[in-house]
Every structure is written in structure tokens, then in C-alpha cells.
Design a protein around this ligand. Sequence first.
Ligand code: MG
Length: 374
Amino acid sequence: MITAIICAAGKGERAGFQENKVLKELNGLPVLCYSLSAFSPLVDEIIVVCRKEEETQIKKLLSPYPNARLVFGGATRMISVYNGLKEAKGEIVLVHDAARPFVSANIISNCIESVKKYGSGVCALPATDTTVLSENGNIASVPPRQSVYTVQTPQGFYKDKLLKCYEKALQDGNEFTDDSGIYLAYAKERPALFTGERTNKKLTYPEDFVPAERVGFGVDTHAFYAEGEGAPFINFITLGGVRIPSDKILKAHSDGDVLVHALMDALLSAASLRDIGYYFPDTDPKYKGAFSMNLLEEVLRLVKEQGLAPKNVSISILAETPRLSPHIERIKESLSEALHLPESAIGVAAGTNEKLGYVGEKKGITCHASVLLG
Ligand code: MG
């Protein structure tokens, strides 16, 4: 039987956060959940060591993982792991820091294999930088780089052996920052290394929480006024903030910029926000005749609040009329300015619908937009 002990009792002080960093969201998911999902299918039991104050919050996160349960931690990582070890049912234990959410199935399997083969398995990476030992701000010695490794988690051991090491270390009052150090000192055995992954990094500082890239997709359709429906006396439609000469006029509460509406929904969706109808309801007289490019500015502000900004956008317009190809360059220029992106990051395609359906019958225009946020 194998137990994973996931340490989640930290305070996130180095990251300068008010809350525990493993409860912070990373791409919409609390950091702790990444480790739970990675370990759950590969081990028999998961023990999450947490602070008593966070019991309710963490319990909620455990509900999708029937093999996971809580144990309360202590004042230091050592006491926390010790509390977890005392409760573990597994013959083998893998100790992991919840602040390393990107641990892979490969790492976990290799850790287990290493324990079965060598009695221990410490996830580590060969140093890429030269490391030095310092004394009083000077370099005291330079260990040869090929023998220097940076140690990650998980670190796997036979439970009874590790538990004994912890008992002795705690009796002696010696402080260690990880399990391999305790094992080396007290098991009188050199822990075995196995190769980790660079992506298995520890989230430590606020910049580590910058979200990864996110895609978004949006669609909008506006109908043309039919004959006799009392179209306003204008001779243009607005696409991407550009006025385009047109015999047929789009019906809309705002300026009917179907392109910008699709784009705004794509941006909001990528940032996991609500849609434009939510932020700019067409029942609100404030948005009557609104210039959609102004609303786009507001949407970009909302996206920015999430720590995101568009990296590129791709737009496809379906219109039987008017002819759009002469206006594509101006639309790109206009979007480039509004999105603060080079034109090379903006794609705008326009096509007809081969006379099929409402687009083909010149009853309306549909626009699709994809965005990448980063
Ligand atoms: Mg619309």
C-alpha cells in the first residue's frame, strides 16, 4: 500500500500572500487540487496535512478524491510531516509539497519504483547553474557542478524507517528542510536520487502565479433590416470600429458592431468571465447607440484585472453583403490600436456563405472570434 503525504500547512509568507498559497487559484483551480489529481490515481491513500484554521476550506477540495483525508499539521514542516506519517497506512510513503502543483504521473511512478528498488527515491535535478558555498558574503568553495543537484518533491521512503528518523530528529531538536536530509542523517543510508522535471517547480513568489495562456471563443450575429422595416437613414455598417458602406443596415441596440461583440465575448470567455450581455445589458438605456469600441476598452480592463492580456486574435466574418475585402486592412489597423497588439498578431478573414442560410440570403452577418490571452 502506498500513501502520499501532501504538505499544505504552509502560510505562503515568502510569496507575500495573505492566504495560504496552495489555496490560491492557478488558472481557475486551487493549487492544491493539481497535486490531488496527480497522486489520486497512482496511490492508495492521500493524507493532506493542513492547518486547523483551513480545515473547512480544504475539506471541500478533497470531496472529489475519495482516497484523500486530512491530518492537522504543526508549527514546522517537520512536525507536519511527522503528524502525517503517524497516520499513514501505507508501507511506502511519498512526501510532496502542495506548492509543486505540476508534479507529473511520470515523476510519481519513478518515485515509487525507486523506493521499491533502492529503498528511497528523492526527486532531483542536476544543477544547470554553478552553485557556490558562501561565508560572510564571500565564496568559500565551489562544488563541482556535476555533483550538485537541486532537490524537489516527491520524496519516497519506507514509512517505518522514515518515521523512526523523524522521531529521532525531533527528539534531538534538529531542524531539516526536507525528508532526504532527515533520512541521510538518521537512517544512516544515502537516499537514492531519481531525475525530476523542470516543470515540477515550486510556486514561491507572486510572479509564479501568473496564469498560463488561455484561449477564448466568441460568436455574434446581427440581422439586417428587411425592406419596409424602417431602417435608419444611414448607409454603413460598423465592423471592428470601421464604417463600411452598405445598402443593408444591421439591427442593433448599440452600433451593431458584430465583429467587436464576438471579440468581446471571446476575451471575456478566455478570462472565465461572464458574457457581454451580463456586463452591457441591452435593456440598459446607457448602451443605446453605444460605440462598441468603447465597450471593448472596458472588456480589456476586466481581462487585465485577471492578470491577462490578449496575445493574438483571429476573426472570421460571414457576410454575403457588403463586400468586405477592401476594408480588411483598416479593420486590422483599428483592432491593433484598440487591443494594443501589432497587426501581425491579428487575423481577420471574411467570406460569404455560398448563398446558403440566413447569411446567404443576406438576412444578417455572423462573426466568430478566437483569442489567446497570456
Ligand atoms: Mg451583438
